[in-house]
Every structure is written in structure tokens, then in C-alpha cells.
Design a protein around this ligand. Structure first.
Ligand code: MG
Length: 385
């Protein structure tokens, strides 16, 4: 017996996760349908995706981009715009599952709406949990929503936890590739270029996350994400550098046994696992070739060289609005680095100084997160000028 395909709304459709999701969905047409596509402002990219995937409707966060898209697309499909339009799409009855893959803090509000409307959520936007983890996880529980991670490390942990009691878990071990500057001497970091920072050894991703990977802030954000998803304190979430990116993360249990999830660095696997969870479905593609890999190596991250990792652990310890402030300052700093306004080493400086200027408050409602985010952005920008 065949059931009807699940209707999926993809937030961030033209990004790296969005495009990989569309490939996964296209390969399983009996099970999934890309019903709505949401982007921030990429008009041409969205036009191409619409021609290929024929969604029912689209939304663009940026109003001017939405107008430009309407001019090009005519009446061929429904076009919504702005935060309101995105919110409307996420809440619709013909959406079963939301892939949350917008970049940065912009992902928070639509994801909150998906929780409120009791949609199943496949979450790629880690900033949502970093800034709003306390609020989101509380609402997820209250509404009985499935929140399934797409981030490869958290997908790995979820896969390792299948069949295990929460009380059996000793700690989580997140693996990190170490990024392009793993072996770069610390005194060289001040003069690395944007091009060098964007040259990630293992993963092809968007600019923001690629810079986060180079500073190790990405791993810091993932520690906070893991804290909220799996409910463990920071001292039971470790980071180990594993440059081959074959082990995507591990769980150590109370008896000393360790489970790891392995695979090639390809986001289609964690995306498909999130869509089919808790089941697995065949997928074509390359397989791990162990004789070809030959060796896998592991070592401690250098926390003095990569200060962002330490800042993230510190923000998580502080709690409340501190991670939201750290996240916002990081977004401002990464943008300034990409615009060549600050050096690579100024990224942790800017974040640290913004955190120092903030007294963390509680995060029981959205407004408190928005205020903290706003404070951090304007403070970080004032430090830039
Ligand atoms: Mg990751």
C-alpha cells in the first residue's frame, strides 16, 4: 500500500543544505514532496529551483527580492514575502515537515512557529538552538514535536543513541575536522586571507559556516546545540579533532563502551536520516572505503589558538542570554571578516568584548532573545567603527 508523500517546506532552499535536501527529496518521490521553498533573497537561484522542483508556493524573506521574483515568475505560483509570509507557509495544513536551514539568527522565528504549529522539524540551523535553546526545547516538549537534527555531528549522536537509555550515557564526543588552519602557526592567523579561510578541507558549505569552521566557532555552536538536544551539561560534551571527517561523532557510555557513527562527508546522509527517522532507506552514492582511508587520527583542539571554542563553552556556562549574545556578535564579526574589515584574529576579540559588556538575563520568552541579539549586534558594530 502506498501512502501520500509527506509535504515538506524547505527554509533556506538555495543554500547548501537546501539544495542537498532537494536532491534527497527528488530521489524519493513516493515519500516526499518539496511543497514550499523559502529563501532569504536569492531570486535567480529560486527561479531555477522552481523550474526543476515545481513547488506549490515560495516565500522570500526580503521584500524587494520578493517583488523582483514576482516580476519574473508572473502568476505561475504563489509568492509570499517577509517574516509574515514565511510564518504563514510554515504553519499551513499542507506542510507536514519543515527543514529549517536558513543561515544564522534568521532561522529562529520560523522554527519557533513550526514548533507552535506542531510540525515535525528537521533542524540544520544551529543558531536557533544556540540563541533560543531553552525556549525552543521547552515548547518542543509542551507541543510534543519531533525536532530531529540534520547537523552531521548531532545526527551521528542521535544514531548512536538508538536503543540506549539516557542514564547509560557518560558523555558525547563531537568530532571536528579542525578546518583549514589546523596546522597553521598561531602567529600566522592574524594575516590569513578570506580565500584561505573559505578553503575548507573536507566539506563544501556556505560562507558563514565555513568561516565558523575555520575559527572552530562552528564546534562551539555545536556544543551548545548538543547541550539542548541531548540534555547534557557542558562538562560532559567533549570535542576531539579528527581531520579525516569520517567519524561524525561518538557517544561514550557508563561502562566505557564507545559508539561512533561513520560515513563519508556528505550532508545527504544526515538529511535523509532526519526525513526518514527513525527508519533508514537505501541511498545511492559512494561508500566508506576503509583500506582507502588507511588511518584515522585524533587530537585535542588547541583552545588558546582557537579561542572561539572556549568562548562558546564560557557562554554556555553563563547561560541565559549569553549564548544568544555570543551568536549575534559572531555573525557581525564573520560578516566583517568576509567584507575584509577585520582580521581573522579579531573575530574572537569582538565576540569576547561583546560578551564582557553583557549581563546575561533569562530566556523564557522570545522578546528576551530578540533584545539580547539586538544589543549584541549594535555593541559589536560600535566596536567595529
Ligand atoms: Mg556540523
Amino acid at each position: 500500500m502506498r501512502s501520500t508523500p509527506k509535504n515538506i517546506a524547505i527554509l533556506g532552499a538555495t543554500g547548501s543544505i537546501g539544495r542537498n535536501s532537494l536532491q534527497v527529496i527528488k530521489a524519493l518521490p513516493d515519500r516526499f514532496r518539496a511543497t514550499y521553498l523559502v529563501v532569504r533573497r536569492n531570486v535567480d537561484g529560486l527561479m531555477d529551483l522552481v523550474a526543476e522542483h515545481r513547488p506549490k508556493g515560495v516565500a522570500l524573506l526580503d521584500e524587494a527580492a520578493a517583488d523582483a521574483f514576482r516580476q519574473k515568475a508572473g502568476d505561475s505560483l504563489e509568492v509570499l514575502s517577509g517574516a509574515k509570509g514565511v510564518k504563514e507557509i510554515v504553519g499551513r495544513d499542507d506542510v507536514d515537515l519543515v527543514i529549517s536551514a536558513l543561515v544564522g539568527f534568521a532561522g529562529l522565528e520560523p522554527t519557533l512557529e513550526a514548533v507552535r504549529k506542531r510540525k515535525t522539524i528537521a533542524l540544520a540551523n544551529k543558531e536557533t538552538l544556540v540563541a533560543g535553546g531553552e525556549l525552543i526545547t521547552r515548547l518542543v516538549q509542551e507541543h510534543g514535536v519531533d525536532l530531529i537534527p540534520i547537523d552531521s555531528e548531532h545526527s551521528a549522536i542521535l544514531q548512536c543513541l538508538v536503543g540506549e537509555e539516557p542514564a547509560s550515557v557518560a558523555k558525547l564526543i563531537l568530532t571536528a575536522s579542525g578546518g583549514p588552519f589546523l596546522t597553521t602557526p598561531v602567529e600566522r592567523l592574524a594575516s590569513v586571507t578570506v580565500e584561505e579561510a573559505l578553503n575548507h578541507p573536507n566539506w563544501k558549505m556556505g560562507n558563514k559556516i565555513t568561516i565558523d569552521s575555520a575559527t572552530l566557532m562552528n564546534k562551539g555552536l555545536e556544543v551548545i546545540e548538543a547541550h539542548w538536544l541531548f540534555r547534557l551539561p557542558p562538562e560532559r560534551i567533549d570535542v576531539v579533532i579528527h581531520p579525516q571527517s569520517i567519524i561524525h561523532s561518538m557517544v561514550e557510555f557508563v561502562d566505557g563502551s564507545v559508539k561512533a557513527q561513520l560515513g563519508l562527508p556528505d550532508m545527504k546522509l544526515p538529511i535523509q536520516y532526519a526525513l526518514t527517522y527513525p527508519n533508514r532507506t537505501p541511498m545511492n552514492g559512494a561508500r566508506v572505503d576503509f583500506p582507502g582511508i588507511q588511518s584515522m587520527t585524533f587530537f585535542e583542539p588547541d583552545r588558546r589558538k582557537f579561542r572561539c571554542l572556549e568562548l562558546a563553552y564560557g557562554a554556555l556556562q553563563l547561560g541565559g542570554t549569553a549564548p544568544a549574545v555570543m551568536n549575534a556578535a559572531n555573525e557581525v564579526a564573520v560578516e566583517a571578516f568576509l567584507d575584509r574589515r577585520i582580521s581573522f584574529q579579531k573575530i574572537p576579540d569582538l565576540i569576547g568584548r561583546t560578551l564582557d559588556a553583557h549581563a546575561p538575563g533569562p530566556v523564557s520568552e522570545l522578546n528576551q532573545i530578540l533584545e539580547a541579539d539586538h544589543f549584541a549586534r549594535s555593541h559589536a558594530r560600535s566596536l567595529l567603527s
